[in-house]
Design a protein around this ligand. Structure first.
Ligand code: SF4
Length: 378
C-alpha cells in the first residue's frame, strides 16, 4: 500500500495566514505540468511492487488547473502506477474556482473525494484572511459537489481568529454540520513568520486571541461535531464513521508515499526525501537532469520520534508492542516512564493495544508529545 501526493504550487491570491509553498505567478503553469508528469514517469520504479491506494492533489490550489490539465495528471498516474480500483482520489479545491460543470467533470475523470478550503462561514473573517470566496459561494459549491456525485466531502475551517467570539465560532461549526459533509478539518490559527498576519501581529494591527478562548473554541468544535455523529480521529480531523482521510492517515500510520512537485516530501520507510521549494529550481532539475531534491536516511531516533508524533495525534495511538519489536530497549524504557507520568494525571489512556491521548491530553498535546520524544540518542 502506498500513496501519491502531487503539489500544485499555484494560488490566485495569497491568504494572510498561509505559509505553504506557493506562487501567485501562473505563467509557468504549463511547464510545471510537464515537469510533474516527467517526475511521475521517472519515479514510477520506486513503487513498482506497491499498489497505490491513495492519490492526493494538494497545494497551493489544484483547482486553478483546467479540467483537461487535471485529467492529464491523473492519466499519467494511472498509466505509470498500479492504482487500486478502490483508491481514494482527493483534490483540494477553493470555492471560487468551482461551478456545477467543473465539479461534474472533476468527478467524472476519477476524483472521488473533495477537500474544500472554506476556512470560515463569516464574510468578515473571510475578508480578514484575504480569501477570494464569499459565504454563499462556499455553501453553493458544497451543494454542487453533492449534485456532481461526490459522496466524500471534507471542509477546512480555521478557529482562533482575532476577535472571533465563541458564538461566532459555534455558528461556523453548526453550518458545517448542516451542510452534511463527511469530514471536517479544523485548525487553530498559527502566526507563521513571513505571512501578512505575522507582520500585522508584530505591528499591533492584529491581536492574538487569548489561549483560553482558543481552547474553548476547540472544546466547542469537539462537542458540536461529536453530537452530530463525527468521530474525532486526529487532533484536527473529524469524520462521519468510516470517512477518515485514507491519504492523511497513511502519513500518521507510517506508510510509504511518493511526493511529486516542488517542495513535496516522500517517505519509503527508510528515508525521507524532499523536493526543492522553488518552481524555477525544480523545473531546471527536471528538464536538465540535475538534482532537485535532498534526502536523509532516518536514524532509529528519527523513526521513534516520527512514530510518537504521528501516533499520538490519532485515535490509533502508539503501540507498546511495536516499540518493543522495532526499537532498542532504551526507547521502550523512556516510553514507559513518560506514559506512567501521564497515566497518573489522566492525560493519556492505556489499553492492551495502545497508548493514546485522553480528551484532556488533547488540549496539551504539543507538550505531551515533546515529553515522549527523545532528543538525545538513547
Ligand atoms: S491557504 Fe490555500 S489558497 Fe490560500 S494562499 Fe495558502 S495554499 Fe493558497
Amino acid at each position: 500500500m502506498a500513496g501519491i501526493y502531487l503539489h500544485i504550487p499555484f494560488c490566485r491570491k495569497r491568504c494572510h495566514y498561509c505559509d505553504f509553498f506557493k506562487s501567485t505567478d501562473l505563467s509557468q503553469k504549463a511547464r510545471l505540468l510537464e515537469g510533474l508528469k516527467k517526475e511521475l514517469e521517472s519515479r514510477s520504479l520506486e513503487l513498482t511492487s506497491e499498489e497505490i491506494n491513495t492519490i492526493y492533489l494538494g497545494g497551493g490550489t489544484p483547482s486553478v488547473l483546467l479540467v483537461d490539465e487535471l485529467k492529464s495528471l491523473l492519466d499519467t498516474i494511472f498509466l505509470n502506477y498500479k492504482v487500486s480500483s478502490e483508491a481514494e482520489i482527493t483534490m483540494e479545491a477553493n470555492p471560487d474556482d468551482l461551478s456545477q460543470a467543473v465539479l461534474s467533470f472533476i468527478r467524472e475523470i476519477g476524483f472521488n473525494r473533495l477537500s474544500m478550503g472554506i476556512q470560515s462561514f463569516s464574510e468578515q473573517d473571510l475578508k480578514l484572511m484575504n480569501r477570494r470566496h464569499g459565504v454563499m459561494q462556499a455553501i453553493q459549491s458544497v451543494k454542487w459537489a453533492k449534485t456532481a456525485g461526490f459522496r466524500n466531502i471534507s471542509i477546512d475551517l480555521i478557529y482562533g481568529l482575532p476577535n472571533q467570539t465563541l458564538e461566532e465560532w459555534e455558528r461556523n461549526v453548526q453550518v458545517a454540520v448542516q451542510l452534511d459533509v463527511q469530514h471536517v478539518s479544523a485548525y487553530n490559527l498559527t502566526y507563521h513568520e513571513g505571512t501578512v498576519f505575522y507582520d500585522q501581529l508584530k505591528k499591533g494591527i492584529l491581536k492574538e486571541l487569548p489561549d483560553e478562548l482558543s481552547l474553548q473554541q476547540f472544546e466547542i468544535l469537539i462537542r458540536t461535531l461529536k453530537d452530530a455523529g463525527f468521530e474525532h480521529y486526529e487532533i484536527s480531523n473529524f469524520c462521519k464513521p468510516g470517512f477518515y482521510s485514507k491519504h492523511n492517515s497513511s502519513y500518521w500510520k507510517n506508510q510509504k508515499y511518493l511526493g511529486v512537485g516542488p517542495s513535496a516530501h516522500s517517505f519509503d520507510l527508510v528515508s525521507r526525501r524532499w523536493n526543492v521549494s522553488s518552481i524555477g529550481a525544480y523545473l531546471d532539475g527536471i528538464e536538465n537532469s540535475k538534482p532537485y531534491s535532498e534526502s536523509e536516511i532516518l536514524t532509529e531516533q528519527d523513526r521513534y520520534n516520527d512514530y510518537i508524533i504521528t501516533g499520538l495525534r490519532t485515535i490509533w495511538g502508539v503501540s507498546e508492542e511495536l516499540i518493543k519489536s522495532e526499537f532498542s530497549a532504551a526507547y521502550l524504557d523512556h516510553f514507559q516512564k513518560v506514559s506512567e507520568k501521564y497515566l497518573q494525571s489522566g492525560k493519556v489512556i492505556r489499553t492492551s493495544e495502545k497508548v493514546s491521548l485522553s480528551p484532556e491530553g488533547l488540549f496539551i498535546s504539543d507538550q505531551i508529545m515533546a515529553d515522549f520524544m527523545v532528543v538525545e540518542s538513547c
